[in-house]
Design a protein around this ligand. Sequence first.
Ligand SMILES: [Zn+2]
Ligand SMILES: [Zn+2]
Length: 141
Amino acid sequence: MNQDIVEMTFRRFLNRGHYRKTPERFTILRRALTMKAHFDVETLHDALESDGYHVSRATVYNTVQLLEKAGILRKNVFAQSTALYELCRDNHIHLVCRRCGRIREVSEPHIEEHMMALETPDFTPENFSITITGLCDKCKC
Ligand SMILES: [Zn+2]
Ligand SMILES: [Zn+2]
């Protein structure tokens, strides 16, 4: 995701919702863009801390929720885990092991085509994620 475009999207979202455009919110956004796939609020907060950027957990939580509403982050709640966020940049399938919680991502272009071609009156689909629960190889034996 191009940082400038994402920031512009966020700015527009904040304007429209009459939210304050605080520098904290943009710092949190920029850090979120550099996170590896699937992070929780705690991890993002820790990352900001280790950058020497001190902001309250509540502010991070609040901003992440705004980023979700803005369509920049996607929230995933997998079995037995806290809410994990990821960038909405692509569509994929999550394979989640019900025993150890390991998450793997796979892409399936055929499913993607079908999903995005769904006839949805009065609704514009943007992206999706599918979660398949099962057992990983390590947990199977
Ligand atoms: Zn497992
Ligand atoms: Zn994912």
